[in-house]
Design a protein around this ligand. Structure first.
Ligand code: AP5
Length: 219
């Protein structure tokens, strides 16, 4: 099950990838989480990425491609993966093709999370993420049982620096210019599946399961 989750910020890609990881044991590869971890740890990657991430810009392709190349070599990805947040440019999509082809692998499906800009802005203003493992909550639509604490590991919940409204609007603009063209790129290859990401979390997950059964399980 080699999947890409494609769609704008706040569409629910991370939420659904975490559910798939928990319930189906398909590893989530979130480039955003990898970058934020490196930033917290102050590694060379984190120092390089910080200026871009904080401004809502994309980190340069060569850095991201190197990161994914290394991650896809880890043994836990042999039975499948969900790429959450990669690729985000045509250059990254072409590099991913190359990396997979060289390893004798290919994508089973690219799931496109379709959602309006208005819903995104509303959702992200209330998003909270846990310090320990980046579990995702939303104060109105998906609240934690104890305010400010993660249901799964009890760690503190915080608001991402790039979820401030002005940065969200800039990230949306970057998405429409640089990432949205990938929808047509994958549609033309016949591997694009579209999900109505405005629906409730459980409904989106059900639809995802249907797509996986139809696309992946017959192989
Ligand atoms: P990244 O962390 O990947 O951010 P993103 O793609 O912008 O996606 P988000 O995490 O904002 O949203 P999501 O779709 O995962 O939504 P979520 O599930 O949290 O990237 C951050 C930055 O890193 C980038 O700006 C860039 O600088 C850099 N970067 C990362 N990858 C890169 C790459 N490949 N190339 C270059 N730079 C890169 O859900 C959102 C909220 O809604 C949550 O609060 C959730 O609880 C709630 N929610 C989810 N689903 C539903 C639902 N169905 N109904 C109601 N609420 C819901």
């Amino acid at each position: 099950m080699n999947l890409v989750f494609l769609g704008p910020l706040g569409a629910g890609k991370g939420t659904q990838a975490q559910l798939l990881q928990e319930r189906e044991r398909i590893p989530q590869i979130s480039t955003g989480d990898m970058l934020r971890r490196a930033m917290t740890e102050g590694t060379e990657l984190g120092r390089k990425a910080k200026a871009y991430v904080d401004r809502g810009e994309l980190v340069p392709d060569d850095v991201m491609i190197g990161l994914i190349e290394e991650r896809l070599q880890q043994p836990d990805t042999r039975r499948g993966f969900v790429l959450d947040g990669f690729p985000r440019t045509l250059g990254q999509a072409q590099a991913l093709d190359r990396l997979l082809r060289n390893a004798g692998r290919s994508l089973d499906a690219v799931v496109y999370f379709r959602i309006s800009d208005d819903t995104i802005i509303q959702r992200l203003s209330g998003r909270r993420v846990c310090r320990k493992a980046a579990h995702i909550f939303q104060v109105d639509t998906n609240p934690p049982r104890v305010p400010g604490r993660c249901d799964l590991d009890g760690s503190e919940l915080f608001q991402r620096e790039d979820d401030k409204e002005q940065t969200v609007r800039h990230r949306l603009d970057v998405y429409h210019r640089q990432t949205e063209p990938l929808v047509e790129f994958y549609r033309s290859r016949g591997i694009l599946e579209t999900i109505d990401a405005e629906a409730d979390i459980d409904v989106v997950y059900e639809r995802l399961r249907e797509i996986l059964s139809a696309r992946v399980e017959p192989h």
